[in-house]
Design a protein around this ligand. Structure first.
Ligand code: PRP
Length: 212
């Protein structure tokens, strides 16, 4: 499999857009594989093996070299800070990271912040010179201010529907998020032609940047 590329693909919200981009680039990625339970999918025509991963684990597979390249959101990349090359902004799965709270928020001295992204949140408030207590949650983060666990949350906003339905407001936009193509450092040298070829094909079909 020396001449094959092993690609870590994130299951879930990014998969549909990522696989559509691959298909546009002429790489025959299965359309509905995200719904199946199969974890390793070989596509001999493209000489690629897709590893269906939990999004947060993609940088780990790539750092350890069990995948040569991977697709991952900038949010996960910033939170995990793994030793990988970030090759390409794919411009898909566009959303933003924001500080969110109840509309009735008041400034408090000891701020509690709930999030799936403790490193990102800690760094952000440290840079703002604000001391906060960060509480790590694994999902349904919007619950935290509603039930009194935290004063703020740091979370992803895509359509804003979740905020609206739960009576929350975006207080500050922290940064924009898109999915990125990342590569293992050794693979990038050893399989440079293959990886560069993939970059070129993807680059050709990436939509131009749209302001968030
Ligand atoms: C993410 C995020 C928000 C929501 C934002 O959650 O944490 O809750 O999507 O999307 P929206 O602005 O389009 O409503 P996800 O669906 O990944 O599930 P989670 O609650 O398990 O984190």
């Amino acid at each position: 499999m020396q001449d094959w590329l092993k690609v870590a693909m994130p299951k879930g919200r990014i998969y549909k857009q990522a696989s559509a981009l691959f298909r546009e680039a002429g790489l025959s990625v299965p359309e509905d594989e995200d719904d199946s339970r199969k974890l390793i999918i070989d596509v001999p025509a493209a000489q690629m093996q897709f590893i269906m991963a939990k999004p947060v684990d993609v940088p780990t597979y790539v750092e350890y070299g069990v995948a040569d390249v991977g697709i991952v959101g900038k949010d996960v990349l910033m939170e995990e800070s793994k030793d990988v090359y970030e090759l390409l902004d794919l411009g898909i799965a566009r959303c933003r990271m924001s500080v969110i709270g109840l509309p009735s928020w008041k400034p408090v001295i000891h701020l509690r912040v709930a999030t799936k992204y403790p490193n990102v949140a800690s760094q952000y408030f440290r840079e703002q010179g604000q001391q906060v207590e960060v509480i790590k949650l694994n999902g349904s983060i919007e619950l935290a201010p509603l039930i009194g666990l935290a004063d703020r949350i740091v979370d992803m906003v895509e359509t804003g529907k979740t905020l609206k339905e739960n009576g929350l407001v975006e207080l500050e936009e922290m940064f924009g998020i898109t999915s990125r193509l990342i590569a293992n450092r050794v693979s990038y040298r050893m399989k440079n032609e293959l990886i560069q070829g993939l970059c070129d094909r993807l680059q050709a079909v990436i939509s131009p940047q749209v302001t968030l």
